[in-house]
Design a binder for this molecule. Structure first.
Ligand SMILES: [Zn+2]
Length: 176
């Protein structure tokens, strides 16, 4: 992490907006879905345990297929707002993070932005961050296995072939 990255450049502060705080952003992993566009973003809020940032709360965003590891920090989480890091000047990130903060802390735009807190698969205990998986409690791989196990023996090979084709077509993410 480059020191330059950590110099705050933009502040999403409630005090600046004159907003009263009605909630808190707790540590955890959350996926926010824009119900209008279908886009979704996964955020991880943690408290740094080691190094110069120990004790600071950090918000990171999922940027790769592995929902346990592929996160990039974007800013500090304070009680009254999020301070974005310099390399996150990108206005897209700023708007998304601001929408997430307002949704979580002020319950704003609840009809547009849906937030699911991550859970784990009932079969394999893997982390679930995709809304459909969180809501059903089972990841897509385990869901397929479960379905396959319920099929008559003669249909299983066909089902597996279909599953492979679908994975190729959709370049199915590894994220459960
Ligand atoms: Zn599973």
């Amino acid at each position: 992490m480059v020191l330059d990255d950590l110099i705050p450049t933009d502040v999403l502060q409630d005090a600046l907006d004159g907003k009263g705080r009605i909630g808190r952003l707790f540590n955890g992993i959350y996926t926010m879905t824009d119900t209008v566009t279908g886009e979704r973003w996964t955020f991880k809020v943690t408290t740094a345990k080691r190094g110069g940032l120990a004790g600071r709360r950090i918000i990171a965003m999922l940027t790769g297929p592995r929902n346990t590891d592929d996160y990039q920090g974007v800013g500090f989480v304070n009680d009254d707002g999020i301070v974005l890091w310099r390399r996150c000047q990108d206005s897209g990130i700023k708007l998304i993070v601001a929408a997430f903060w307002d949704r979580m802390v002020h319950d704003e735009n609840a009809d547009r932005f849906h937030v699911d807190e991550a859970s784990t698969c009932i079969c394999c205990n893997r982390l679930l961050t995709v809304p459909e998986s969180i809501q059903t409690g089972i990841g897509p791989i385990c869901a397929d296995r479960l379905m396959e196990s319920r099929l008559p023996e003669e249909q299983r090979a066909k089902f597996r072939k279909m599953r492979r084709l679908r994975a190729q077509l959709m370049q199915l993410e590894e994220v459960e």
